[in-house]
Design a protein around this ligand. Structure first.
Ligand code: PPS
Length: 293
């Protein structure tokens, strides 16, 4: 039996991590006051959130870029709906940048009315599943799964934080052409970080000179983020969430296709069957393997 309900809080059909949200905040999400120059990074969990937080911190905050600033990325770009390093959003100077895992239907009304900008990052769901499996086994407030088999069962039934991946992508896919939304793929960032940073900065209307661009690309690589204590988010987990082992939490491997090291042939076939059924009307391109074009 899966007791996942004890750590999940289902609010209006979407699963939050019970220990990390404030029900009053959720009740008032719709009317949250959005500013024109707010920016939201929105993802399904394990799809490149902290990577994009790092990139936007570097684009927006010069001190972050030249290494003179001591503020952690997470304080620069806080999680919107999670109680991690909670700050008073109303007192925050503009431009405010938030990270969020909200599904489209739950975001504040003003965002749906196209006030402010949104960068939505998606990742191939097999790698999302693997990343999520490892993360769940490290964070004490999430429920560990003893095997990929067990976690896949949960993932394909939406019994995880973030609910069903297929629902999340569908909701955002339908709005991918909205002028205030930039719809991007994790694998595209991995394959060409420079072009991805340029795409983001151009969407955000933040012009970068060649030197800044070089610095940002360098500081947003997996290895450099992993060794940067302001970017790797290790502190929040050690001090604010808790941990099971000494493994790295967020920056685990950062690769494309790690699912191949985890799925059996049967598990992969099972996943593909569900994927084909659920994604029938969503002709999105995915990169499943690093060698794919
Ligand atoms: N710079 C860079 N390059 C490549 N990959 C990166 C980078 N930064 C983060 N990551 C990978 O993103 C995965 C974590 O996703 P999230 O940040 O969305 O996690 S969370 O939802 O906020 O908990 C997690 O994926 P896995 O390594 O596959 O577990 C991270 O390693």
């Amino acid at each position: 039996m899966d007791n996942s309900d004890t750590y999940l809080l289902n609010f209006k059909g979407y699963n939050f991590e019970r220990s990390n949200v404030d029900i009053d905040f959720l009740e008032n999400l719709d009317d949250f006051e959005i500013r024109d120059d707010d920016v939201f990074i929105i993802t399904y969990p394990k799809s490149g959130t902290i990577w994009t937080q790092q990139i936007l911190s570097l684009i927006y905050f010069e001190g972050h870029r030249n290494g003179t600033e001591t503020v952690d990325t997470l304080d620069r770009i806080p999680f919107f709906e999670l109680n991690i390093r909670k700050v008073d959003f109303l007192k925050r100077p503009s431009p405010r940048i938030f990270a969020s895992h909200l599904p489209y239907y739950l975001v504040p009304k003003a965002l749906k009315n196209k006030k402010a900008k949104i960068i939505y990052i998606y990742r191939n769901p097999k790698d999302v599943l693997v990343s999520f499996f490892h993360f769940s086994n490290l964070v004490v407030t999430l429920k560990a799964a003893d095997s990929i088999e067990h976690f896949m069962e949960r993932f394909l039934n939406g019994k995880v934080v973030g609910s069903l991946w297929f629902d999340h992508i569908r909701g955002w896919y339908e709005h991918r052409h909205d002028f205030n939304i930039l719809f991007m793929m994790f694998e595209e960032m991995k394959k060409d970080l420079r072009s991805s940073v340029l795409k983001m900065s151009s969407f955000l209307e933040k012009e970068l000179n060649e030197e800044d661009l070089e610095t940002i690309v360098k500081r947003a690589t997996f290895q450099n983020m992993k060794s940067d204590p302001r970017a790797n988010c290790e502190k929040i987990l050690k001090h604010e969430i808790g941990k099971r082992t000494n493994d790295s939490f967020f920056l685990r491997k950062g690769t494309i296709g790690d699912w191949k090291n985890h799925f059996t042939v049967e598990q992969n076939e099972r996943f593909d069957r569900v994927f084909q059924r659920k994604m029938k009307n969503i002709p999105l391109k995915f990169i499943w393997d690093i060698n794919e074009e």
